[in-house]
Design a protein. Structure first.
Length: 451
């Protein structure tokens, strides 16, 4: 990293950043209160609020959102007449999954092989620290040249829409000239990247019933309609032979014309087992950034252990459909439901229910803020040019903010590069990425203030 005052300040603050991330990761702030105590999320929210107050933020508040969680808000005034920038991150995290599969405890930040491991270290508690580092570096080098709003969400991973609904009810709160969403990531460690598109998402639950109750498979099997088998048939209809998503009426042949994702790199990043083929057709970038993708998230049926020789009377599944930019998520939901109902065999009784939904997002990369970010990232990552990539995941808040503030410029950056393994066991963050992106954000705020 080229020596400059901002970079030198951030480098000097990295030990404090590690200590703070250690404290923040220790909160088991999973916003599923059937699994984890609500007090853990509330404590994490309190930590973020205290950190903002310590940096001189005004109007710091814990916002009670409609889904029963809290988002943290604060305002740091800048020079008179300066633009306003909203910095976003979320402090809630995914469940740790199988804790025994972690090499070190998921809620204890642990350094190993040059990375910091812990649930939320990259997604997205590290994003909270990134924003704090950038602001501290600016304060130590002449001051923060813009008005800054910070919003730290408490339920992003659950997709329950609490902050979206709160923002819609209080539209003046988060108004800004530019919004930085710190919940994305570089395409590769060391390659500065902004995320230009996000797929949307819909969640649909399907329930299949065929009998009044389970039946003995020896006495009735062969003629009695099996609800689990009917469900499997319906789920199988969602994919072509090559694994491509095939939902009646839903276009699935769009192409991605930006940064490409080499198949060998994808296989390594996804840890695909030897001999196992990738699914779908087209380039990898086409498949994960520009086209719909269906995933069966779970099936309710008897487990293998303890199963009895029975024809199943009922079965259900939860299905995720990632919706590419240019496709309306509500329309895609209707098509998915209609497809499932049409492809459930044997006249089985089938019910579908939408559980959650978020629209896809496409940024305007021609805006002045993107020019300022490209210049800032070029300085923070010497010798590298900022790249534009897509992201297969969903951040529904982006569309809410874009709708509420149509003139605001929205940029997506963050710490969730492929090695971070977000949502999986052994999630980690690269401290070098944390340092460089904090520098980039600080430099961006300086450049944007004078653009």
């Amino acid at each position: 990293m080229s020596p400059n005052p901002i970079a030198e300040t951030v480098a000097s603050l990295m030990p404090k950043a590690k200590a703070e991330l250690t404290e923040l990761v220790a909160f088991k702030s999973v916003a599923d209160f059937d699994q984890f105590p609500k007090s853990e999320s509330e404590a994490a929210a309190g930590w973020v609020a205290d950190a903002l107050r310590a940096e001189g933020f005004q109007d710091v508040a814990l916002l009670d959102t409609p889904d029963g969680t809290q988002s943290v808000y604060g305002f740091l005034p800048g020079p008179e007449g300066a633009p306003t920038v909203l910095l976003y991150a979320h402090y809630d995290v995914q469940p740790p999954l199988d804790e025994a599969a972690w090499a070190t405890p998921p809620f204890e930040l642990t350094e190993r092989d040059g990375r910091w491991y812990g649930r939320g270290s990259a997604d997205c508690k590290g994003g909270v620290i990134m924003h704090l580092l950038a602001l501290r570096a600016l304060k130590a080098n002449g001051g923060v040249p813009v008005n800054v709003k910070v919003i730290a969400e408490g339920s992003e991973e659950q997709g329950t829409g609490g902050l979206e609904r709160y923002a819609e009810a209080h539209p003046d709160l988060l108004t800004a000239d530019t919004i930085i969403i710190g919940d994305a990531g570089n395409f590769r460690v060391g390659l500065p990247t902004v995320t230009a598109t996000l797929r949307g998402m819909t969640l649909v639950r399907i329930s299949v019933d065929t009998l009044e109750g389970n039946l003995h498979s020896g006495q009735f099997g062969g003629a009695a309609p099996d609800a689990l088998a009917a469900l499997v048939r319906a789920l199988d209809s969602l994919r072509a032979e090559d694994g491509s998503t095939t939902i009646d009426g839903l276009t699935s042949d769009a192409a991605w014309d930006g940064l490409q994702y080499e198949e060998s790199d994808f296989r390594r990043d996804a840890k695909v087992l030897d001999g196992v083929e990738l699914i779908g057709e087209g380039t990898v970038a086409d498949r994960i950034w520009a086209r719909p993708a269906v995933t069966v998230l779970g099936i309710d049926c008897p487990p293998v252990i303890g199963a009895t020789p029975s024809v199943q009377a009922a079965a259900r599944a939860l299905i995720s459909l990632r919706v590419p930019p240019g496709v309306d998520a509500a329309e895609a939901t209707k098509l998915l439901q209609a497809h499932l109902e049409a492809h459930t065999p044997w006249g089985a009784q089938v019910r579908t229910e939408q559980i959650g939904q978020g629209q896809p997002f496409r940024a305007d990369t021609t805006s002045p803020a993107y020019a300022a970010m490209a210049e800032a990232m070029g300085e923070a990552y010497p010798g590298e040019e900022m790249q534009y990539a897509g992201q297969g995941g969903s951040i529904p808040l982006c569309n809410t903010l874009s709708s509420l503030y149509p003139r605001a410029e929205i940029l997506l950056i963050g710490l969730s590069e492929p090695e971070a393994q977000i949502h999986a066991v052994n999630e980690s963050v690269s401290p070098e990425e944390l340092e460089r992106l904090s520098v980039a954000e600080a430099l961006f705020l300086q450049k944007y203030a004078t653009s």
